[in-house]
Design a protein around this ligand. Sequence first.
Ligand SMILES: CC(=O)SCCNC(=O)CCNC(=O)[C@H](O)C(C)(C)COP(=O)(O)OP(=O)(O)OC[C@H]1O[C@@H](n2cnc3c(N)ncnc32)[C@H](O)[C@@H]1OP(=O)(O)O
Ligand SMILES: O=CC(=O)O
Ligand SMILES: [Mg+2]
Length: 542
Amino acid sequence: MMEYKSESFHIQVHAPPSDAANEVLSTDALRFVGYMCHTFHERRQNLLGARKQRAKEFDAGETPKFLNIPAVQDPNWKCASIPSDVQDRRVEITGPVDRKMVINGLNSGACVYMADFEDSTSPTWKNLVEGQLNLRDAVQGSISYTSSCTGKHYSLGKKTAVLFVRPRGWHLNEAHVTVNGKLASGSIFDFALYLFHNAQRLITKGSRPYYYLPKLESHLEARLWNDVFITAQQYLGLPIGTIRATVLLETITASYEMEEILYELRDHSLGLNCGRWDYLFSYIKKFKLHPDKIAPDRSCLTMESPLMEAYCKRVIYICHKRGTFAIGGMSAVIPRKDDAKKNEMNLKCVANDKEREVILGHDGTWVAHPALVKCARDIFDKHMFAANQIESKPMMEGAKVTEADLLLLPQVPDGKAITSKGLKCGVKTVLHYTEAWIRGVGCIPLNHKMEDAATAEISRAQIWQWRHHGLVTQDDGVVITSHRISSLVDNEVAMHTGGRWKLAGKLVKEMLSQHDRLDDFLTTVCYPYIVTTHCEERRARL
Ligand SMILES: CC(=O)SCCNC(=O)CCNC(=O)[C@H](O)C(C)(C)COP(=O)(O)OP(=O)(O)OC[C@H]1O[C@@H](n2cnc3c(N)ncnc32)[C@H](O)[C@@H]1OP(=O)(O)O
Ligand SMILES: O=CC(=O)O
Ligand SMILES: [Mg+2]
């Protein structure tokens, strides 16, 4: 077993040995991960406890309030100055950390490639350690790959995107690693290994360790990240402020603490990003028991919805006021190869989304696929004449956004809000995504859209909510019951063989139709099924 023991902590790795793990988890790397996990274990647990307490208040009918902390209101502070290699972030591509994706993402022509351990990666041990190895090789410039199917060879081009890394969110444990017998934090594991192996080389190349931070629910969670950065930099002898991070503003509670989040991270901040899919999921999850906040079909939850418009305006206003980036989000539409006309329509759909973002004042945007880079870039080039619009678009309308504006769902005509088609599509999405995830695949194409751990969660949360409130699908007047949901799951499972459909069907039925409580995350429910069999004892504790 790989392990390292100091006076204060004992880190152990409980996974089958592999070449990738041997390379990534050197003794010094293990010592760093162990030190970081040990130092921040209790604070992380307390903050996860605070999430639960807050959830109870929302269940009792409360809604979030702006904090208005005096030090944060001070007009004089700004976020850290922007390094030269990331002044222009107009197009950012995201994707899982597998070898081909990393090379394709870096070669895609986007300004940034965000290598993702969160929404689009199923955190199997193999995916994680190989992902770290891929990122190390990418930073060294030596990464290459030859497809065993096509024989095609992949290596880095002359000009590559700047690399950002998104570690897992605070809620996820890394069950293959314990520190003093306690499960390691997935966030710290991903963050620390990337920093340990790459910080010096990135600095030598004139870049930095850049991160995206997902699923924060409060400014105290941002403070935790900031302290993690300070401690890690001190440990590795890096100047404070070397690390830079963009926070995904993707929970409804964080929306009431945007400025506080930037304030906490100001010496390391590279702004905020509108993570629209997790944001919608978080809204439904936090207000699941509020009868006046029942979300309509997923297709009605567009960026033109009042709550989404208010949220984006406020992100842009706060970020630009504090001299930093307000990055837009991801259109889930992806290119299709089967029909040229329909592909054109998909591209148009993405272009419209990007046009709305750049005109509103975002400084850049996300795409899910290399074939969308040009489309997004053309739109931003047409409307954004400098590297970003931090100075030129103060978006003062964002200052007027009220607490209530952030909660306003779209008005959908009677009969169209909750439909049998929406229900069926939602069940299919949760099932297909769960099946892929427990097979080790964290992002899939489904109905010509990208589905990941944020998009699929919207479907899961809203179906649970509809059933819990005993609602009917309005086109046929039929009640949404556990039995109806289970039949839809069974019918879809019956259409597939192989894979992990049976297990996925069982888990999805439990999550949607049997559990009285809405599970916090699909990924935490499914995680025990991807933990290696070396971890039976810890699996039972998950
Ligand atoms: C809500 C959020 O959090 S958004 C962020 C998380 N989500 C993501 O990052 C989405 C990432 N995107 C993907 O994983 C994929 O694009 C999918 C799953 C949606 C579609 O995948 P596929 O159907 O396999 O795409 P497709 O076959 O069209 O891919 C064509 C080529 O583009 C590459 N490619 C596709 N998406 C990406 C990407 N995001 N980054 C890099 N390369 C990519 C493929 O590797 C493939 O390369 P090849 O031609 O050399 O073999
Ligand atoms: O991470 C992005 C999102 O939309 O969720
Ligand atoms: Mg997200």
